[in-house]
Design a binder for this molecule. Structure first.
Ligand code: HEM
Length: 120
């Protein structure tokens, strides 16, 4: 149940990020709306909280938990790259956008594999 909520927030964060980049590119004035400004913080916060909840629910700290540390760190990298995507313009924005999506993909890979390295 909690895992499905976590997965729902993963999807909402991904869709929200892509939507915000589209707005920054084509309709920047939309980003001024209060709920659009607030939503990424709420979604990321809930994603983090449900992740922490799952760690306790599954007793994941009892085994080797490097992948959880990796997810946490990568989530902050994802947020940083996402901010960069929103702030940069032109080609730099698209490079940051690609890097952000790659980071998200990497986190999902780590989530399933429960391994830190990409190729494992
Ligand atoms: C952008 C950030 C995140 C993404 C994309 C993400 C993605 C996922 C995915 C796809 C799963 C399902 C894995 C499976 O069914 O095997 C999952 C489960 C899980 N996530 Fe996250 N997650 C994120 C952040 C976090 C954070 C920050 C934590 C911990 C503080 C966390 C802890 C967990 C735990 C403990 C599970 C349950 C593993 C299981 O029961 O198999 N996640 N996450």
């Amino acid at each position: 149940m909690l895992k499905h909520i976590h997965l729902l927030f993963v999807a909402l964060v991904a869709i929200g990020f892509i939507g915000r980049v589209a707005m920054a590119q084509y309709q920047p004035e939309m980003l001024q709306r209060k709920w659009i400004k607030l939503s990424p913080h709420i979604l990321a916060g809930l994603l983090l909280l449900t992740g922490i909840g799952l760690v306790f629910q599954g007793d994941w700290l009892a085994g080797s938990y490097a992948w959880i540390v990796a997810k946490l760190i990568l989530m902050f990298v994802f947020i940083g790259l996402g901010l960069m995507t929103m702030r940069e313009q032109g080609q730099k924005r698209w490079i940051a956008f690609g890097a952000t999506l790659f980071c998200l993909f990497y986190i999902i890979k780590v989530a399933f594999a429960k391994q830190v390295f990409f190729f494992l």
